[in-house]
Design a protein around this ligand. Structure first.
Ligand code: NAD
Ligand code: ZN
Length: 237
């Protein structure tokens, strides 16, 4: 994290009329929620493509259920870290317009951000996989069937192979197209279509991540931990 890059980003943030922040699992690792692809990522132990897909609900519900139950229970003792508070404050101070997130933990909303687009849904609400009616978390955790149709319950997340909610994707696309500055934080940018989003802007694009691989088409890349970098930026802005 060099001073020159930080100064540059601070001045871009001040100049920008519309800033959009796009976050991924790396935004929450400092809150104790494992991401999917880095070294200690949750998915080094379990293959996500095998579990987080609709076919697993139909073919191996026990595996699907235990994977999500573990994630939901792990989330209960976790809190958004101070980097989240910084982003919420920036929205109040009109330094940030919209937050677009791939995370399902709802931490941006819990931290006070009002304009949040959760592209992959939320792990905190549930529905029936068959009739789509709302269900209680407790019923899911206890592996109960749907009260209406007897179907299998699931969290309201977008699984691999399922399409994103059209409305949130459209809103994210519009916000990013209109943005002067897009700050991408804590995502490996491997999941389609979210990995296309930053490149829709004609404004500046900044990538903040623990590991920065070369060849990315960004105006600025800052390597490091999200919380630390956000706190540093807040100190200087
Ligand atoms: P990913 O696991 O593919 O990538 C995370 C990236 O963040 C990695 O490149 C890693 O180096 C970086 N990173 C890890 N800790 C960081 C930190 N403290 N500061 C900065 N960077 C850090 O995650 P993704 O790109 O978000 O995509 C995977 C999918 O995972 C998404 O669809 C999302 O729904 C889901 N997911 C969500 C959560 C959550 O809600 N918290 C957790 C795990 C996975
Ligand atoms: Zn049902």
């Amino acid at each position: 994290m060099n001073k020159e890059d930080m100064d540059k980003l601070v001045s871009w943030m001040k100049e920008s009329r519309k800033t959009v922040i796009l976050t991924g699992a790396g935004m929450s690792t400092e809150s104790g929620i494992p991401d999917f692809r880095s070294e200690e990522g949750l998915w080094k132990k379990v293959n996500p493509m095998m579990v987080a897909r609709p076919e697993t609900i139909e073919e191996n519900y026990d595996l699907f259920h235990s994977f999500y139950k573990k994630r939901i229970e792990n989330l209960k003792s976790k809190q958004p870290h101070k980097g989240y508070d910084v982003i919420a404050k920036w929205e109040k101070d009109q330094l940030v317009d919209t937050v677009v997130t791939q995370n399902v933990d709802d931490f941006h909303r819990l931290s006070g951000n009002q304009k949040v687009l959760c592209l992959h849904g939320s792990i905190r609400t549930h529905r029936c996989h068959d009739c789509k009616r709302e269900a209680e978390e407790e019923a899911f955790l206890e592996k109960k069937p749907c009260k209406i149709c007897g179907g299998r319950l699931r969290p309201n997340v977008v699984l691999f192979g399922e399409s994103l909610s059209g409305e949130s994707l459209t809103n994210a696309t519009v916000a990013i197209k209109e943005a002067d500055l897009v700050m991408v934080i804590g995502t490996s940018l491997q999941v389609y279509p979210v990995n296309q989003l930053p490149f829709l802007t004609s404004g500046r694009k900044v990538y903040i991540n623990r590991e920065v691989h070369m060849g990315r088409d960004f105006d600025l890349c800052i390597e490091g931990d999200a919380q630390k970098i956000l706190l540093k930026l807040e100190e200087q802005i």
